[in-house]
Design a protein around this ligand. Structure first.
Ligand code: SAM
Length: 384
């Protein structure tokens, strides 16, 4: 509930984004774009089936071939063969920006045998029922069992590697009972798995965001790889690194920059209310629910714009969100930051190339029973 403060009621500005084309057709990035985004195939790319694809943050990271804040994220050897999500708008955003392989569908009823066979399966299965900001109902919730669609695909097609993404709360909810069940189901499907807890600022994000990545490798192939090496151990990039240049942009000179919700001041609320970001620090975690924990600019008297949230999630500026603010914010907040996804995908590409050379990891330093004790569930960095 929003505290009664006498502040103006929030409402979405009617501004709609102005754009000619999405990321895939933008002439500015044709020099570095992945062949998939141009309707072609990477000649030596590994096939990827994408589930719960949303607007495509995880998928863009897997493909690579984009720039973010002047840095280039190289093309990776993957081809996405199909991407499915139940949300029609998310798929429209996906197909506008990434490629036409996005399809609307309910994964709880799709027969996995009707989906294409791929070497890799990726999916950020819905997390609201596990999230610390959600109802915490776990498997009892409608969305708590959606991971089973991934398990069913694994049983049907036996992909080599599976990457599942979720919130860190999944590991602690009911003392880890849900995560243990998921890992047990993965084991029963014939896979070894490991859980990486990744703090996104260590990979260059200016936002406090932590995610669990479940990596499963088919048993005959050995054990999963270790997490990608952090690049920013000596200091994080603060919020202004990502959005300072947008301070004076009030129009659509950069798409989605004129889109935000009206409310001039942040309310204080002991962690539950609205948050004003602070210069020199990481932004608060960008959430899918635009009504919860509203984020305000660190120096301007307004909320963050859709583009600023997209920047804080590391979407390139050419990636267009074509809807009204609420819908765009949901897609952005749901996404895996593309630069984090790129770090994950680079590690997976190295690992598959190692497998292709006939090498395998025969022993993992972790076993299934270690998950409760693993220090990575209690890392020192706090999410805000
Ligand atoms: C956490 S988001 C995934 C975000 C995505 N990985 C990204 O990086 O942009 C979860 C997605 O699952 C989708 N979803 C929920 N239930 C679904 C279902 N039954 N079938 C297909 N997709 C579903 C939601 O619409 C949402 O886009």
């Amino acid at each position: 509930m929003r505290p009664k403060t006498g502040l103006p009621k929030r409402k979405a500005l009617r501004n709609m984004p102005v754009y000619e084309y999405g990321f895939k057709d933008n002439p500015n990035n044709q020099d570095i774009a992945h062949p998939n985004t141009m309707g072609q195939k990477h000649h030596s790319g590994f096939s990827v089936m994408s589930m719960f694809s949303g607007c495509g943050g995880l998928d863009l990271g897997f493909l690579g071939g984009f720039r973010y804040l002047g840095d280039e994220y190289k093309i990776l050897p993957f081809n996405i063969v199909k991407a499915i999500d139940i949300d029609e708008r998310a798929i429209q955003t996906y197909n506008l920006n990434i490629s036409q392989h996005g399809e609307v569908g309910d994964l709880t009823i799709i027969d996995p045998f009707e989906l294409p066979k791929a070497k890799i399966l990726i999916g950020g299965f819905p997390c609201q029922d596990f999230s610390s900001s959600g109802p915490k109902v776990g498997f009892a919730g409608e969305r708590g069992q959606l991971y089973l669609s991934m398990i069913n695909y694994m049983k049907a097609h036996k992909p080599d590697i599976v990457i599942g993404e979720n919130v860190p709360h999944l590991a602690t909810l009911h003392k880890g009972k849900y995560l243990k069940q998921i890992l047990a189901d993965i084991k029963d499907s014939g896979y070894n798995s490991i859980v990486w807890e990744l703090f996104a600022p260590l990979y260059g994000l200016s936002q406090s965001r932590k995610r669990l990545i479940i990596v499963a490798v088919r048993e005959d192939l050995g054990f999963p790889p270790e997490a990608p090496k952090p690049k920013f151990l000596s200091g994080y990039l603060p919020i202004e690194h990502a959005i300072a240049d947008l301070e004076n942009v009030t129009d659509e000179a950069i798409t989605n920059q004129s889109q935000y919700f009206v409310a001039t001041k942040a309310t204080s609320g002991g962690g539950q209310g609205d948050h004003t970001n602070r210069r020199g620090e990481l932004a608060y975690c960008i959430r899918a629910n635009a009504k919860a924990r509203i984020q305000f600019h660190y120096s301007l008297d307004r909320r963050l714009t859709v583009r600023e949230c997209a920047r804080l999630q590391s979407f390139p500026d050419e990636f267009v969100f074509p809807f009204a603010a609420m819908s765009n914010m949901t897609q952005i907040g749901n996404a895996v930051p593309p630069i984090l996804a790129h770090a994950i995908a680079s590690e997976i590409a190295n690992y598959i190339e190692m497998l292709e050379r006939g090498e395998k990891i025969l022993n993992s330093k972790y076993t299934q029973n270690d998950f409760e004790q693993l220090s990575f569930f209690q890392t020192a960095q706090q999410t805000r």
